[in-house]
Design a protein around this ligand. Structure first.
Ligand code: NAI
Length: 349
């Protein structure tokens, strides 16, 4: 077999560094394209066996048809989430693999960093003291000890977040469509329904994937059920929150603070430098005016350990497919519906 050619979209300098290092062991021919994959840029992938994409690349039906026409056989996601891919449309046309876990600690620790900063207002203190302003008025926080955190989604990341917050002495409530009762009893975590979690939590942290069922789960209706002054943290996916409703909750002071690593319209701005330009997204611009909103640019995953692990798993996924016809980290729409036959065959179709 000839050299495996990989079209790598949305390539950043840190991606190239980590992938080049790991690729010394694989010897793939990787072409790094700084642009996102979309209907305009898909032509760049002509002649590549494999396309490597990230969270803000667009893999819709038109892009998939064009990739197939171009000869692409494998889409290798270098992320865990895959809501940006039309899996239904890829089925039978090309395989899709992902990195199911790289560092749940990276994301959970970042979620807790957002909580701590918003609570103790270290993001504001940083600017004050640099301006020789040593007043502490307005920086009042609360003890997290004995307060209640609500974790929505107790998969790999949610579990680590729950354990860290238990270490702070918080009471931890959880909601998951598939609760892990053993984890709950071993870590003194209490599973409950969403309404009860909203009612009792001082801090709510989202760690579930985005699915058609939970789009805008945080909306006027759910916010109304929450405690006054609640803190909402989202390191999951932007569309879990209806941003207009979040802004309403912040304006009415129902919501005390919000830490957002993801935003529903992030693809235009996140990961890029717009420091010399005006922001044309009025919703994002409004969010940035709140002193009690802390936005980070989808950086929760961004640790040395996670980058290395992403490169290792992605290149291994590509090698296993091309050399062994095996796809241990394949995803398809039937996987999501629990009907996939992958266990028997080592690949989804
Ligand atoms: P996982 O697959 O280990 O866990 C997800 C959990 O959510 C599962 O237990 C599942 O049963 C549960 N779940 C599914 N639908 C749900 C719903 N409607 N309500 C409540 N629970 C539900 O995934 P992992 O690795 O913990 O990642 C979670 C999400 O975090 C990813 O899907 C991705 O969207 C996001 N993520 C964000 C990153 C960042 O840098 N901000 C990096 C990595 C992941």
């Amino acid at each position: 077999m000839g050299t495996i050619k990989v079209a790598f979209y949305d390539a950043k300098p840190y991606d190239q560094k980590s992938f080049n290092k790991v690729n010394e062991r694989y010897g793939f021919d990787i072409h790094y394209f700084p642009t996102h994959l979309n209907e305009e840029s898909v032509a760049l992938a002509a002649g590549f066996d494999t396309v490597c994409v990230f969270v803000n690349d667009t893999v819709n039906a038109k892009v998939i048809d064009k990739l197939k026409e171009n000869g692409t056989k494998l889409i290798a996601l270098r992320s865990a989430g895959y809501n940006n891919i039309d899996l239904h449309h890829t089925y039978g046309k090309m395989h899709v693999v992902r990195v199911p876990a790289y560092s749940p600690h990276a994301v959970a620790e970042h979620a807790v960093a957002l909580m701590l900063s918003l609570n103790r207002k270290t993001h504001k203190a940083y600017f004050r003291t640099r301006d020789n302003n040593f007043a502490i008025n307005g920086l009042l926080g609360f003890d997290m000890h004995e307060k209640t955190a609500g974790i929505i989604g107790t998969g790999k990341i949610g579990k680590v977040a729950a354990q860290i917050l238990r270490g702070f002495g918080m009471n931890v409530l959880a909601f998951d469509v598939y609760p892990d009762k053993q984890f709950a009893s071993e870590n003194q975590v209490e599973y409950t329904d969403l309404d009860d979690l909203y009612k009792r939590s001082d801090i709510i942290s989202l760690h579930c994937p985005l699915t058609p069922e939970n789009v805008y789960m945080i909306n006027d209706d759910s916010i109304r059920k929450m405690k006054d002054n609640v803190m909402i943290i989202n390191t999951g996916r932007g569309k879990l929150i209806n941003t207009q409703d979040l802004i309403k909750g912040l304006k009415s002071k129902k919501i005390g603070s919000a830490g957002l690593d993801v935003y529903e319209e992030e693809s235009e701005y996140f990961f890029e430098d717009f420091s010399g330009e005006a922001i044309s997204d009025d919703v994002l611009a409004r969010l940035l005016t709140f002193p009690n909103v802390l936005i980070t640019s989808h950086q929760a995953f961004f640790t040395k350990e996670a980058l290395e692990s992403i490169a290792v798993t992605t290149l291994n996924n590509i090698r296993r497919y091309h050399q062994e016809h095996q796809l241990p980290n394949e995803i398809c729409y039937q996987c999501n519906e629990g009907k996939c036959t992958r266990k028997e065959s080592g690949r989804c179709f």
